[in-house]
Design a protein around this ligand. Structure first.
Ligand code: SDX
Length: 430
């Protein structure tokens, strides 16, 4: 809390109300408006919640103006350079970097929950072969509540932690199984001798007929991308997980709701949409045509992978991924013309007043798909990869809220419908 106050005066009634100011450890001061309706009889109106804090959290800090992203105080650049995805998962969930013993215990816990009930593989194989893997992920994550009855009591911290670890462990297994079902390949079971990212790549791409060696370059690239996508404050899918969590719903339902929210092309679905857009643009000489379309208010086309609600400077994750694109494609010996096209598109956009004036920069989704494609993932799996990484952020934020449960989330509205009127019998209607 801050000792600063803000006094609101209603000119209509002449009444005033003193609103407390909340000051976090970092970030803009925040008005506590809990007493506003009782005190002055007003609600606030903030569609899209651009100016609204829904909670307090100690997990992730973003400074959109400076392009800063920190997990538990550690700059994303340092974690990207030095950490591993599972170490970042531990950091997000428990607030501190683990000691070696703590890390090994955590990694063992995750490793020992990678298998799924065999009936889940039956469930996955029941989907039509061309089901979008995000549709499979939504359904299967929610269905975990039907299999794991020993981790549904939200009032039991041990059950909450067990559910959190299960979801982190099983997401890659479910994701790989949905891909293999689509390909008509048999299920590949997790190899617990491998690290998290290598195990996922093995489950995705190994074939029974021959020995499969996971590329260390690919595993390292995936580790980096998962770190960068792990958490991001109160984005749409995380806010959804928190809102569903505030009802006391089980953890699998909460994360399934996060997966559904992430799928939207305005959110995590953008990484798939960027590759579709780059394929449609096709060549550098068509870039001006698409830039013009992005600026045309009568054209619904938007430059996918550009813009961000919070970042009004470079998204630090995009800068890291852009650099990694060149390194990973070179190490894999992949020459993808889409990288050059993306770089040219970014260059032209960032020289255009429309984008400069609106502070629209490439976001985390603009370059990530180029690396995913180089690693062999189809575009339909890109948002699934985002979901695997973001599961750690979702569960960390859900655990934080569950540890100190507040009131059920229940926003109000500005009603614009009909005032009271009487029912008219069917035969009396015009
Ligand atoms: C993610 O919140 C998070 O943290 C999300 C995320 C995470 O890690 O969880 O960072 C992940 O979702 C990244 C965003 C991925 N989405 C896309 O790349 C889709 C394309 N981007 C946009 O749809 C848009 O920029 C959003 C959704 C990301 C942000 O939307 P806002 O904040 O509501 O911005 P806006 O729609 O109010 O745009 C402001 C102006 C508008 O023009 P004017 O009305 O002022 O004339 O900028 C324009 C918009 O038309 N604009 C764009 C644009 N993005 C915004 N114009 C063209 N192309 C774009 N991409």
């Amino acid at each position: 809390m801050s000792d600063n106050k803000v006094i609101l005066t209603d000119q209509a009634s002449g009444k005033s109300l003193e609103l407390p100011v909340i000051k976090g450890t970092e970030g803009d001061p925040t008005l506590d408006i809990k007493q506003l309706n009782g005190g002055l009889g007003y609600f606030t109106y903030d569609p899209g919640y651009a100016s609204t804090s829904s909670c307090s959290s100690a997990i992730t800090f973003i400074d959109g103006g400076k392009g800063i992203l920190r997990y538990r105080g550690y700059p994303i650049e340092q974690l990207a350079e030095n950490s591993s995805f599972l170490e970042v998962a531990y950091l997000l969930m428990f607030g501190e970097l683990p000691t070696r013993a703590e890390y090994e215990d955590f990694e063992n816990d995750i490793t020992n929950h990678t298998m799924v009930h065999e009936k889940l593989n039956t469930f996955i194989n029941g989907f039509h072969y061309d089901a979008h893997p995000m549709a499979v992920l939504c359904g299967v994550m929610g269905s975990l509540a039907a299999f794991y009855h020993d981790s549904l009591d939200m009032n039991d911290p041990a059950q909450r932690l067990l559910a959190a670890k299960r979801m982190i462990a099983k997401m890659p297994t479910i994701a790989a199984a949905s891909y293999r079902h689509h390909m008509g390949w048999p299920t590949a079971y997790p190899k617990n001798s491998l690290d998290y990212c290598s195990r996922f790549l093995d489950m995705m791409f190994s074939v029974p007929a021959e020995n499969y060696e996971v590329s260390p370059v690919a595993a390292k690239a995936l580790n980096l991308l998962f770190i960068l996508h792990a958490d991001h404050e109160q984005n749409a899918s995380t806010s959804t997980v928190r809102l569903v969590g505030s009802t006391g719903a089980n953890p699998y339902a909460c994360v399934a709701s996060g997966i559904a929210a992430l799928w939207g092309p305005a959110h995590g679905g953008a990484n798939e949409a960027v590759l579709t857009m780059l394929d449609e643009i096709g060549s550098v000489d068509r870039v001006p045509e698409f830039i013009a379309r992005a600026k045309d208010k009568d054209d619904p086309f938007r430059l996918m992978g550009f813009g961000h609600r919070v970042y009004k400077n470079h998204d630090p994750r995009a800068s890291i991924i852009r650099k990694a694109c060149h390194e990973v494609l070179a190490e894999l010996g992949v020459d993808d013309p889409l990288l050059g096209l993306a770089m040219e598109l970014e260059k032209i956009a960032l020289e255009d007043d429309y984008f400069v004036a609106r502070k629209l920069y490439p976001n985390v989704d603009f370059y990530s798909g180029i690396i995913y494609k180089a690693l062999g993932f189809p575009t339909s799996m890109f948002t699934v990869l985002f979901a695997i990484a973001r599961t750690t952020g979702w569960v960390a934020q859900w655990l934080e809220q569950a540890d100190n449960p507040g009131r059920i989330g229940r926003p109000r509205q500005v009603y614009t419908g009909e005032t009271e009127r009487n029912y008219v019998a069917l035969d009396d209607r015009a």
